[in-house]
Design a protein around this ligand. Structure first.
Ligand code: UDP
Length: 398
């Protein structure tokens, strides 16, 4: 089959951890590659600023990244909505030129959904959408988030008008059903996979980590948090919690990820850490290359995930695959992943820093690297080939 996959506001090959590029890109790379390996033709459509020309990059066998020239200058994600029809026109023009006849349109994030819906009407082909996050959930669950009405209305309309909504976790499935009141038949769950060649326990982890980042290893415990510096990641709670840990515990906290759309947030977090007396234990690395992240997960004793909301929570999966337990909020697919195996870490309900500090302390004093058999069993449901197989089944049933 031939798929047009839309990732308009952010390139699937962009630098994960930087502005507008995160778990969705990891998901798209893993799934597209696995679909390509199953012999399907995958065209990933994205846009590049100031491009008047069409650019096509063969990413790997059967997978292409396509930037149809749309003549638009750089348009930030928050201003892209009025240009979706122009983006759809440029995709249509490119596909006509190449005489491409897609079997399915698969849109990622609401802006691609709006674009994909326009193509659905023109091509009369099934339209699948994966929201990744929902504006309404961000607004309801995370103080400081203010997603526009346009997004909330578009997501409701898209859920109604598309042929299938894909989600990566049970909790997101429930949320979509609850928010949009669509039929269960119109939904499919395709969990994230994980690249086990990259995310795995390493033998020489300490020396590698030392070379990469001097603050990461040393005496005492190392806590890790990974994610863009966005309100929804809840790193404020991490700072509050570590300020309640006994100082004799000699811990370090490393936060990996670039700044998000609000540039004042990093400074606010650093100020808060200073006022709470923990700034010397806290290191912000900025963006780390995806391929180097396994070393960080390996060098950590515990990964902390205090997010207000996740649609899946890839960071938990990556950390566990590296053998490092997590202490996490019960959001997205994390409860499904963590609850099945007690060596994978623990969940903390609510946002009381004292509870978080207690859970962190308990886990870093008692937990050990996750044993190999537990890893194999726990990670079995999370593979890209399995995700591609599931998508294929779902598409064949449409
Ligand atoms: N990531 C990365 N480098 C960084 C920070 C994050 O490669 O500096 C990757 C991380 O490995 C994960 C993704 O970005 O695959 C973030 O996924 P998540 O779903 O947690 O983030 P979101 O999309 O919500 O920002």
């Amino acid at each position: 089959m031939r798929l047009a996959i839309l990732s308009i506001h952010s390139s699937p090959l962009g630098r994960a951890g930087s502005k507008d590029t995160g778990g969705m890109s990891t998901y798209l790379r893993g799934l597209s590659s696995a679909m390509g390996q199953r012999g399907h033709q995958v065209d990933l459509y994205t846009r590049r600023p100031n491009s008047g020309e069409d650019r096509v990059e063969q990413v790997e066998a059967n997978v292409r990244l396509i930037n149809p020239g749309d003549g638009l200058a750089e348009v930030d994600k928050t201003h892209l909505y009025p240009y979706c029809s122009k983006v759809a026109e440029s995709i249509e023009r490119f596909s006509c030129l190449e005489k491409l006849d897609y079997d399915f349109i698969f849109s990622h994030y609401w802006l691609s959904g709006v674009t994909g819906h326009l193509l659905q009407k023109r091509w009369n082909k099934p339209h699948l959408i994966m929201f990744h996050t929902l504006g309404r959930a961000k607004n309801e669950l995370c103080p400081g988030e203010n997603e526009p009405q346009q997004r909330l209305e578009s997501e409701a309309r898209l859920a109604r008008d598309c042929d299938l909504v894909i989600v990566a976790s049970e909790s997101e499935k429930k949320r979509v059903l609850n928010y949009f009141n669509i039929s269960l038949k119109k939904m499919a769950l395709i969990p994230c996979g994980i690249d086990r060649n990259l995310f795995k326990p390493l033998n020489n982890k300490d020396s590698q980590a030392l070379k990469l980042y001097k603050g990461l290893k040393g005496p005492g415990k190392t806590l890790l948090a990974v994610g863009r510096i966005e309100p929804v990641k809840g790193f404020d709670l991490l700072i509050e919690a570590i300020s309640r840990l006994p100082s004799e515990d000699n811990f370090k906290v490393v936060v990996v990820g670039g700044e998000g759309s609000d540039r004042s947030l990093l400074a606010a977090l650093k100020d808060r850490a200073y006022n709470l007396g923990v700034s010397e234990q806290l290191f912000f690395t900025g963006v780390v290359d995806h391929s180097s992240l396994p070393v960080y997960y390996n060098a950590a004793d515990l990964t902390v995930i205090p997010s207000y909301y996740e649609s899946f929570g890839l960071v938990a999966l990556e950390s566990i695959a590296c053998g490092t337990p997590v202490v996490a909020a019960p959001v997205g697919g994390i409860p499904e992943l963590v609850s099945q195996n007690c060596t994978f870490g623990g969940l903390v309900k609510g946002r009381d820093p004292l509870n978080w500090a207690a859970a962190i302390q308990k886990l870093y004093t008692t937990s050990r690297p996750i044993p190999a058999p537990a890893l194999e069993a726990g990670l079995a449901p999370y593979s890209w080939p399995a995700a591609a197989k599931k998508l294929e089944l779902v598409l064949n049933s449409l």
